[in-house]
Design a protein around this ligand. Structure first.
Ligand code: BYC
Length: 311
């Protein structure tokens, strides 16, 4: 078969909503597009452990500490599933880590903001995991099999994460005046960066066209952002917190909330590495990865020993 026949078969699978598997022929651009998106997704999970990891030793109760610890461990696990999914496309783990540490690969802007109070653990779970779920439920139907299957498992865990955050916010919003103020302050700081997680407007999103045609993305950046806002605005009402957007208003005719404009200059700054914590996040990753070298070496030596014994 020549490439044209392979391409027709690929297009037929995509058209029929069938999954593309690692053994299948795929266009080079499709492969590269997936490596870019899946690896950036994995890096977001791995770097995303840092803002919360910062609070494990300062959680206000044993219960809160256990839950936060479990959540951060889940995020590490998500990163590993996603790295494994990317590896099925022919890139090595070493290359993936190198791209992260040298700034060739991006990770979500949201993780370049500091987590300064316990209420931030609530805001991250409620808003950041909430936004991630909206995006990832859509990605469960992505056309690449390993990515789609990783999303199904990840979404189950993310819904626990979102509830963990909303529970913290609910308790604080119903607590003392000072606690309510902390919850509102965290919402004020995390709201707009959470909306940026969905990426630029569709009109400014160079990757969306191909991604939708190949069914890598099933919904556009703006569609997912709107869906997140509609859900979250109602949740804020329930616990009596105010979303920091004077333009947020239910629009009966559209059946959606209208909302104000995102500060795209801030988004660009953070994407380009100049957010409040970009340098700190990468420096921490480099240090932790270097300090963990002995674990990788020990695991490799142990695997070699077992293989020799079995031979
Ligand atoms: N931050 O053409 P576009 C979690 C980049 S972690 C940084 O629209 P695309 C959690 C974009 O990469 C889960 N960069 O791109 C963990 C592109 O640059 P390149 C995180 C961004 O790919 C711990 C350029 O801007 N979820 O849940 O079609 C604790 C143009 O954009 C961002 C995912 O990663 C951004 N926010 O759409 C708690 C979801 N936005 O690559 C929670 C998977 C855009 O061309 N990813 N860029 O140089 C996606 O769904 C899509 O990649 C995006 C962007 C919607 C993010």
């Amino acid at each position: 078969m020549n490439d044209q026949i392979y391409l027709e078969h690929f297009e037929k699978l995509i058209g029929a909503d069938k999954k593309i598997e690692p053994r299948d022929w795929m266009p080079e651009d499709y492969r590269k597009h997936l490596i870019r998106q899946i690896s950036q997704h994995g890096h977001s999970e791995i770097i995303g452990m840092q803002p919360e990891g910062n609070w494990i030793t300062r959680a206000p109760s044993l219960r809160a500490k256990l839950i936060l610890l479990a959540k951060v461990q889940d995020e590490g696990g998500h990163g590993l599933y996603l790295y494994s999914a990317a590896e099925t496309l022919g890139i090595s783990r070493e290359e993936l880590i190198d791209q992260l540490e040298t700034g060739k690969a991006k990770y979500s802007t949201i993780f370049n903001y500091p987590a300064v109070t316990w209420a931030d653990m609530g805001a991250i779970g409620w808003l950041v995991d909430g936004a991630a779920i909206v995006n990832q439920i859509s990605l469960q139907r992505t056309s690449y099999g390993p990515y789609s299957r990783a999303m199904i498992r990840i979404c189950k865990e993310e819904s626990f994460h979102q509830r963990q955050g909303y529970e913290i916010m609910t308790h604080m919003a119903r607590g003392t005046a000072e606690q309510r103020e902390m919850a509102q302050d965290a919402l004020n700081r995390w709201w707009w960066p959470s909306l940026m997680m969905f990426g630029p407007h569709d009109t400014n999103s160079p990757n969306t066209g191909k991604a939708i045609r190949w069914k890598i993305k099933r919904d556009s950046n703006d569609e997912l952002r709107q869906s997140f806002i509609d859900k979250t605005a109602k949740q804020a009402d329930v616990i009596g917190l105010k979303i920091p957007d004077p333009k947020l208003k239910w629009n009966e005719a559209r059946g959606h909330y209208d909302f104000g404009e995102i500060d795209w200059a801030e988004f660009d700054r953070v994407v380009k590495g100049n957010g409040p914590c970009n340098k700190q996040r990468i420096a921490h990753h480099v240090k932790a990865h270097r300090e963990g070298a002995w674990v990788r070496e020990a695991a490799t030596a142990y695997a070699a020993k077992r293989a020799k014994k079995a031979a």
